[in-house]
Design a protein around this ligand. Structure first.
Ligand SMILES: Cc1cc2nc3c(=O)[nH]c(=O)nc-3n(C[C@H](O)[C@H](O)[C@H](O)COP(=O)(O)OP(=O)(O)OC[C@H]3O[C@@H](n4cnc5c(N)ncnc54)[C@H](O)[C@@H]3O)c2cc1C
Length: 413
């Protein structure tokens, strides 16, 4: 009989970190169970390297078990229902009882929700999608490539400029018969709007330098794929030769039935403790909705972006919160809103955007110079994340050494 059971729903970035952190710190008399529907883990930050041919699909996926510490029970099944009043979870494999629950189910892609999109668009937002897009890029003979953010919110806002710059870089290396014209369309008012106008301007300039046109405030309503035309809510239709979409995202539907979701379907949590409205249920990562201070546009409240770095830091915080609760201690560690990302710009270089998302009166972020260091930083992190746990410890030592002394960054996703 376990003294307490902790159940983690979803074994992506947040779920893996939470499970490992809890197992590292709690005696084996505490049960830790993780429910994940996939047998393999895919490292999403590398999908763009599959897209441009720098990686194969096999190089960016790993058996899920290899990333999980011994002493964690893995249920490979689908979560069907959460019953917060009876501390129970229903999966396709049976029921699980919990004392503490961590919801880390991420965001789902629903490409079919915009008419014509599923029939016409490529995407680098899934592993298979990135591989299919790589084959299409190899056959592309020039023309307009439209990259479209089909709705908000979407995970990793830095992935939009990053994907566009890597495609521009691909065609710099692989010449086509006709000119390639890359155009970005998004309902947002600037790149990474949460970061404010300064960082947005830096990114726009970076895109311009690569010859990429940026079209803000374009809300896609449908795609007329017979005429290869994008239809927007308030703008003129636009013709394309190849369409690449960041598909619409939604929160897993079961969260509404559980009473955990807000009107938009995401899970509101305390921004420091990541606790939901239920005392013993936490939510982390993409599934959450976290208001942050300030607004660049008076009509649009700011939300913490969906990104692996936050899923990672949330998971560490929640593991500590649960351990403190078990020990009857006041919690000493909370999430303070710090985050960063490395944005590949092509040619073996990347920019480093970092900042404080909880800063008053509004988030404080900056984009450092594009350099080879950050590209290598991203590769090092990829190797660390995808390595098995034993090798990981050694690689972690190396990253901490380099990160701590040279780059001065915390280690996260
Ligand atoms: C192309 C791309 C590039 C990116 N680059 C970066 C980057 O450079 N930096 C960064 O910080 N972030 C990046 N991200 C975002 C990052 O991958 C996500 O924000 C992160 O994975 C979120 O972690 P999570 O644990 O909340 O969800 P996920 O990692 O998505 O995990 C959710 C898990 O839940 C499982 N699941 C879902 N429903 C069920 C169910 N009903 N039953 C059982 N299991 C279920 C899923 O299979 C999945 O494994 C990128 C994303 C993409 C798509």
């Amino acid at each position: 009989m376990k003294s307490k059971n902790i159940v983690i729903l979803g074994g992506g970035v947040g779920g893996i970190v939470a499970a490992n952190e809890l197992r590292r710190k709690l005696p084996l008399s505490y049960g830790i169970t993780i429910v994940e529907k996939e047998k393999e883990h895919f490292f999403a930050a590398s999908f763009m390297w599959v897209m441009n041919g720098d990686r194969t699909m096999d190089e960016v996926r790993k058996p899920f078990r290899n990333l999980i510490r011994k002493g964690i029970d893995v249920v490979h099944g689908t979560v069907r229902e959460i019953d917060p009043h009876n501390n129970k979870v229903v999966t396709n494999d049976g029921e699980l009882s919990y004392d503490y629950l961590i919801v880390a189910l991420g965001a789902e892609l629903v490409i079919g929700s915009i008419p014509g999109l599923a029939e016409s668009a490529y995407t680098f937002y899934s592993l298979e999608g990135a591989d299919r897009l790589n084959r299409a890029l190899r056959e592309f003979n020039g023309g307009i490539i439209a990259i479209v953010v089909s709705s908000l919110p979407y995970k990793c806002p830095g992935a939009l400029p990053e994907g566009a710059m890597l495609i521009a870089d691909y065609f710099k290396k692989h010449k086509t018969e006709n000119h390639v014209d890359i155009q970005l369309f998004t309902p947002e008012s600037q790149p990474m709007p949460v970061a404010g106008p300064l960082l947005g301007d830096s990114l726009r300039m970076l895109l311009e330098k690569k010859g990429i046109s940026y079209h803000p405030k374009h809300k896609l309503t449908s795609v007329d794929y017979n005429r290869k035309t994008l239809v927007f809510e308030e703008n003129e239709p636009v013709k394309y030769d190849m369409l690449i979409a960041i598909p619409p995202h939604q929160a897993p539907q079961l969260l509404r039935k559980a009473g955990l979701a807000n009107d938009a379907g995401w899970v509101p949590v305390d921004r420091t403790t990541l606790k939901t409205k239920f005392e013993n249920i936490y939510a982390i990562g993409d599934v959450t909705s976290i208001n942050i201070p300030g607004r660049w546009d008076p009509n649009i409240p700011l939300l913490l972006p969906k990104a692996g770095v936050f899923a990672h830091f949330h998971a560490e915080v929640v593991a500590h919160q649960i351990i403190n609760a078990i020990n009857g201690e006041a919690s000493k560690r909370g999430f303070t809103g710090g985050g960063y990302c490395m944005i590949e710009s092509g040619g073996g270089r990347a920019g480093f955007a970092s900042g404080e998302f909880y800063a008053e009166p509004s988030p404080r972020l900056r984009l450092g110079n594009v350099s080879r260091i950050w590209h290598w930083g991203k590769i090092l992190f990829e190797k660390w994340w995808l390595s098995s746990l034993g090798i990981r410890k050694r690689l972690l030592g190396l990253i901490i050494k380099i990160g701590g002394t040279v780059l001065r960054i915390p280690v996260g996703f």
